[in-house]
Design a protein around this ligand. Structure first.
Ligand code: PEP
Ligand code: MG
Length: 316
């Protein structure tokens, strides 16, 4: 029965009553594209570009090499959306030539957009390569920055995109609680938000994502995390802009329904999860998702939030 339900799961993501929630793939490069197409992804919601930088620990890849890799991913989704994240170096993804070696707390140090603003040449090459890769393609390119803390970060990134002549939508990842708390301010500078729930959980709970001993606090069902998701989604709605999720949270079918109920407008995940999320979302109406979201937020722990949402959706 499970197989049959999944086989029937094709087409765009939507709730039972037709509220559309595009289901997008997280990819690390061209090698991940076939799985995304196979799963029926409606595009890419997170293209982690770090992989390109791992070959050489001393310098950034050439513009040509980047153009080639970006183009391969963009070409795979004609008429689709592709959201590219600029380099997220530092913390759990250090790069010798960019990441300071002597930081006591790398997760709280120079990483993500902070690294790129310290190395404008690296950012500029990446943005120029993206502009060239998208040239002449019908794809709908969106480019976003990791680790945006506030409006000033968002402006610096949008300025860099404009300076590089990039014709795309510019967005900010919400991975730091300050960006969620002041999402409307961040949205004055960018056109969309994408919640990186892995890092958002890490920074909300002061719980290193690489330390197993604190993994309880990394649970994306934590009501405090759901509150920050809701704040971001409400801010985006008020500004007439979109707010997706591209962290692990989106790949949990039940949580995907709750995120939809919180107002999230697209879900991006590892391709293998897409059929399960599509099938589950199709079983419930938007109103049911909203009730499940309210019940989860009213809970006091991740476990209670999960059971409360489950109870609402199974009609208990
Ligand atoms: C996240 O933090 O949720 C995210 C999507 O980015 P990454 O896992 O690559 O840090
Ligand atoms: Mg992250």
């Amino acid at each position: 029965a499970r197989k049959a339900a999944l086989a029937a799961s094709t087409g765009p993501g939507a709730t039972a009553d037709g509220h559309k929630v595009p289901l997008l793939a997280n990819v690390g490069g061209p090698a991940d594209v076939p799985a995304a197409l196979e799963a029926g992804a409606e595009g890419v919601g997170l293209f982690r570009t770090e992989f390109l930088f791992l070959d050489d620990s001393k310098k950034a890849p050439s513009e040509e090499k980047q153009v080639e890799a970006y183009r391969q991913v963009l070409e795979a989704f004609p008429e689709g959306r592709v959201v590219v994240r600029v380099l997220d170096a530092g913390a759990d993804k250090p790069l010798d030539f960019l990441t300071p070696a002597d930081e006591p707390n790398p997760a709280l140090g120079v990483r993500g957009l902070r690294t790129l603003l310290d190395h404008p040449d690296v950012l500029r090459t990446q943005l120029t390569a993206l502009a060239k890769a998208a040239e002449g393609l019908p794809v709908y390119l969106e480019v976003m920055a990791p680790m945006v803390a506030d409006r000033s970060d968002a402006k610096a990134f949008a300025d860099a995109c404009r300076d590089a002549g990039l014709r795309a939508k510019f967005g900010a990842m919400v991975e730091i609680p300050s960006a969620a708390l002041r999402a409307r301010s961040v949205l004055q500078e960018v056109e969309f938000l994408s919640l990186g729930t892995n890092d958002l959980a890490q920074y909300t709970f002061a719980a290193d994502r690489q330390v197993g001993a604190v993994s309880r606090l990394q649970d994306p069902w934590q009501p405090a995390l759901l509150d920050l998701v809701a704040l971001s989604a409400e801010a985006a709605k008020a500004e007439g802009k979109s707010c997706g999720v591209c962290g692990e949270a989106a790949s949990d079918p039940l949580l995907a329904c709750v995120l939809t109920g919180l107002g999230v407008t697209s879900l991006s995940m590892g391709s293998a999860s897409i059929p399960y999320v599509r099938a589950t979302l199709a079983k419930y109406t938007l109103a049911q998702c909203e009730r499940a979201a309210a019940a989860a937020r009213a809970a006091d722990s991740a476990e209670e939030a999960r059971s409360a949402a489950q109870a609402v959706l199974s009609g208990e």
